[in-house]
Every structure is written in C-alpha cells, then in structure tokens.
Design a protein around this ligand. Sequence first.
Ligand code: AMP
Length: 198
Amino acid sequence: MILIFLGPPGAGKGTQAAHIVERYNIPQLSTGDMLRAAVAAQTPVGKKAKAVMDAGNLVSDDIVSAIVEERIEADDCAGGFLLDGFPRTDAQAEMLDVMLQKKERSVDVVIELKVDEAALLDRLNKRIEETRARGEAPRKDDTEETFKYRLQVYRDQTAPLIPFYERQGKLKDVDGMGSVDAVSAQIDAILDELGPSN
Ligand code: AMP
C-alpha cells in the first residue's frame, strides 16, 4: 500500500502516521523529518535546506524528490509506505508518479486531512507549550508568524494537489477536527475498504 497524507501544517499528519505505521506495518516517510535529520547532521543537503526551512519556505523539488527516491529503494518500503509531507508541489507529484512508474508501482490512496485553520493556530500554541514543558526548544518554524506563512505556502503550492489526485480517483477526505481516535477510525475505514491485497 502506497499512501499519501495531505493536509496543512499542524493538521495531525504526523500523529495519524504513527497510528498507520503500527497498524499496517509500513514505514512513515516524512520529508520534514528527513530534512531535519540532514540539517542536524550538517550534510550538504542539510546546509542548503536549513535557512529555507527556518523561513517556512519549501526546499527545492529536486532535493526533496531525490531524498524520497533514495529512501523508497530501502527493503522496508517493499511492502508499501506512507508519505507524510511529500509531495508538496505539482512538480513533486509528477516526479513521484515517474519514480513509481519506473518500479511498476503507483499511489493507492491519498488521504486529505481537512481542518479548520483557526483551530490550527490553537493547536500550534498548545504544541509549543507542551514542547517547552518537556524542557525542549520548539522548532524554529513553529512560531505563529512562520506558521501563518507556512499555511499560505500550503494553500498556494500544495492545495492544488487535491484536484490533481481527485482527477486520478485517489482522493479521500477525512474530518481532521475530531479526537485522534476519531480521525484514526475514519482512516482505518478508508484503508480497510481498499482491501487485503493492499
Ligand atoms: P514538515 O515537518 O512536513 O512540516 O516540514 C518542515 C519543513 O521542511 C517545510 O516547511 C519545508 O521547508 C521542508 N519540507 C518538508 N517536506 C518538503 C517537501 N516535500 N518539499 C519541500 N520542502 C519540504
């Protein structure tokens, strides 16, 4: 099963991804996590990406696609994987289709987490408080100002993927405003419907 999560920053993609990883035993491929790891390790990619990420902008399509293409070669992706935070632009979606076609694979389903943007800001502030309470520093891009900018980037560059996948008949939407369990239950129902072959 190859699954994509779409949704604005803070919609709960990461939280729901953890549930899917456990239930379906497929890896979560979060390009945000991979890029943060590259920044922390100060790799050439990380050095290029750092300022772009801190400002809430998107890292170049070529860099991100190359990271994903390499990652999906790994053995643990043979039975499928969950893409969290990729693709984020039309160009990335097209690159993904091409890289999967080369392997005679394709995306099975795209789940859009629909959320109310005002509630996202509340969630953000809660997340910042929780991070501070654990004695950790919040992510550099987790400020209200950068968050609003990231929402705009989502609307401008990523939301156009919704009609793209709708046209492919792969889009399913989920109400992301309920409890974590309620959202998981909706996702499970969609995936169960896909059938055991996935
Ligand atoms: P995330 O953790 O998914 O919110 O990603 C954090 C940041 O990493 C984003 O604001 C971007 O700067 C960068 N990033 C993550 N995934 C992508 C992607 N698919 N394309 C471009 N930039 C990305």
